[in-house]
Design a protein around this ligand. Sequence first.
Ligand code: LCV
Length: 259
Amino acid sequence: MSLTITEFRDEMGIITLDNDSKRNSLSSELIEEIISGLNYFKDNDARVAILRANKESKVFSAGHDINELAKPGRDPLSYNDPLEQVLRAIEHFPAPVIAMLNGSVWGGATELIFTCDIIIATRKATLALTPARIGVPYNPNGILHFLNMLSISVVKELFYTAQPLSAERAEQLGIINHLVAEEELETYTFALAEKIKKNAPLSIAVMKEQLRLLSKASPLSPETFERIQGLRRTVYDSNDYKEGIQAFLEKREPVFKGN
Ligand code: LCV
């Protein structure tokens, strides 16, 4: 049974997350469908792609599928984790990817949205960063995605509180490009896509890749990198990480003890 709806017409690809019973949580299966949809669009010279959920979905995506999080003792956000793969697929997709939001976004799905090129949303959209809610040590590349878009004080608040950010505040902070009324969301998004389609695709593809390379141009010494990995290991080896996952699976609030 498909977890997404993939459409392609007039050089525009549309991927609709369609697994509302599991709140479009980013399972490896759903991620595989997103990546193959993007590959199909690329093979057919798409000029723009749109990532959306169903019109009536209250949750755009609940983030990483917690059932698939690595067991304690292994890095839950390692380079080849499906979430990291779909983030790279969007970053390397040679045309703009527009996120069309009308519901709540959680955890790794918030990073997925930040990785898109343009965000169009209604007031029903909220964005939450949730690693501290589960006891996950977010990864450097992920943190850099947020640092490239926001002030460090906002990034700290989002990570430390794990509280959803309202659409209005996200627009004020420049995360959401355009905040529109619910009844205008589709027409506004498709009209913007049409404007992009009329421009030179090679120029856009190269500017997108330059923006990716320049935004990541922050040198890390090998020693710094290893120190970060060592710090992250103390977290994903911790009892708190185990407790965070267990609490979710048992549908109860976690009790973190700092070990
Ligand atoms: C698997 C789920 C999920 C889910 N995985 O509906 O960024 S990091 O580091 O944190 C990264 C590791 C990450 O992204 O972690 C995931 C972070 N996500 C969250 O913390 C959100 C967890 N979900 C929720 O808080 C609620 O589900 C929301 C508020 C999204 C929706 O609440 P609602 O009451 O509408 P339920 O909680 O009843 O969920 C409906 C079904 O979706 C599953 C959940 O287990 C339930 O399945 P069952 O009906 O089989 O019990 N589900 C929801 N989120 N992330 N499965």
